[in-house]
Write a new protein. Structure first.
Length: 83
């Protein structure tokens, strides 16, 4: 099952990791090396606060904050992952 998971994640157009384990790191590096397919690393600390308040804001405000919080965590090709 782990091998199948790896293959599916490697071949997908976008990979969203939910942890910072070895498989996620290997996949992110491999995806960058072979054609830079986007890898999204959720910014858990900021998203936690956003999800707590998501019922009290409009979709536009939620989407805007999501994009802002994820800046630098979206797998940009030129070192944009610090954040």
């Amino acid at each position: 099952m782990a091998a199948l998971d790896f293959i599916v994640c490697d071949e997908s157009d976008v990979f969203v990791t939910n942890n910072n384990g070895n498989m996620a790191r290997i996949l992110a590096g491999r995806r960058r090396y072979f054609g830079h397919k986007p890898t999204i690393r959720p910014n858990a600390k900021k998203l936690y606060r956003l999800f707590l308040n998501q019922t009290t804001m409009s979709w536009e405000a939620f989407a805007s904050k999501m994009r802002t919080y994820q800046r630098g965590f979206m797998g940009e090709p030129k070192g944009g992952e610090a954040g």
